[in-house]
Design a protein around this ligand. Structure first.
Ligand code: AMP
Ligand code: MG
Length: 327
């Protein structure tokens, strides 16, 4: 494949260029431990608008603000005891907290699609951290893909999906976690899990006690996460979940021991040993690789729903959901 000149290895030189780009209000795709993000200055409306445009993201779907350290988070959002505990335990890392926005915060409300809350995360990836530290301001960084499509776990995925919208892609290899951050809403009395991820419900509950789900009564729909669209992360082909084996014209996304007689030309195993962490890291790349016109669909093996398996199944359900007529 020809060299893509927008993809730069994340050297100090490339980082310095990225900081200059952010200072100008421009966009930079950056590696994080979850997936690749499309970064822009969270304090500049023009940069925020550019991100919505580049992604084709609906205006009601709010963005996550990334900061270098918890102190920077506390400058823009209100932390209660639960937030302090979770930040101390899981930051830096793949956990996003939805908190009350501090009045007078430098982050404009458009970032949160007009809400009085802010979603914040301190990422653990060394390149993301270096960029945030050098830039010195909060950065909004939704996944670097067109809205509704499969999230990118490599620099090349970004280049393919956002071709004309992103001038600079910092490359640090494959994203470790492979699925987006866990999102917990702490803006009300009841903590609500808005999106499962690598930080599991079990881990969160051990730290702060019971957490409601969006479909529980306690996780009332008034707080329902905006942007949690039924159809998302979608390849072009339809998905058939919980399949023991593929039909003749289907590709197969396997997990654990593969069924006999399915050739390597139409099967990818997320983890032959049944390791959910390995499966999450491979999920999006595998969906892209099997999304080929020669198949009628992608059959997906059942995936256990514990630990990060809950995040994998959440993404697969959305990838399998009926699509809007045209996107
Ligand atoms: P991403 O596209 O990975 O950056 O994820 C953004 C997601 O975080 C959105 O789709 C929402 O589900 C959630 N989110 C971001 N900001 C807020 C907020 N202020 N309130 C509730 N959910 C939010
Ligand atoms: Mg996304």
């Amino acid at each position: 494949m020809p060299q893509d000149r927008r993809i730069l290895k994340a050297t100090p030189h490339a980082l310095a260029r990225s900081v200059r780009q952010l200072r100008r209000g421009g966009l930079v795709a950056l590696p994080t431990e979850t997936v690749y993000g499309l970064g822009g200055d969270a304090t500049r409306r023009a940069a925020v608008a550019r991100i919505y445009a580049a992604k084709g993201r609906p205006a009601f779907n709010p963005l996550i603000v990334h900061v270098a350290a918890v102190e920077a988070a506390r400058a823009i959002a209100r932390f209660d005891a639960r937030a302090r505990v979770l930040a101390a335990r899981f930051w830096p890392g793949p956990l996003t907290l939805v908190l009350g926005r501090r009045p007078g915060s430098r982050v404009p409300r458009v970032v949160a699609a007009g809400r009085e809350t802010l979603a914040i995360r301190v990422p653990a990836h060394p390149v993301a951290r270096r960029l945030l530290q050098a830039f010195g301001r909060p950065v909004v960084a939704p996944s670097a893909n067109r809205s509704g499509k499969v999230s990118p776990t490599t620099a090349r995925h970004v280049a393919i999906g956002l071709a004309k919208y992103v001038p600079l892609i910092l490359d640090a290899g494959r994203a470790d976690v492979g699925v987006e951050s866990t999102v917990v809403d702490l803006s009300g009395r009841v903590a609500v899990l808005l999106r499962p991820g690598a930080v599991t419900r079990e881990q969160l509950e051990q730290a702060i006690g019971p957490i409601a789900s969006l479909d529980d009564e306690a996780g009332d729909s008034a707080r329902a996460s905006p942007g949690r669209l039924a159809s998302h992360y979608a390849p072009t082909l339809p998905l058939r979940l919980g399949a023991g084996a593929p039909r003749d014209d289907e590709a197969f996304l396997a997990f654990g021991p593969a069924p006999p007689g399915v050739g390597a030309d139409r099967m990818i195993n997320l983890s032959a040993t049944g390791d959910l962490v390995e499966a999450a890291a491979r999920l999006f790349d595998a969906l892209r690789a099997l999304d080929r016109r020669q198949f009628s669909g992608i059959a997906v093996a059942p995936i256990p729903d514990h630990g990060i398996g809950a995040a994998i199944n959440d993404r697969l359900r959305r990838a399998a959901a009926p699509r809007p007529a045209r996107r």
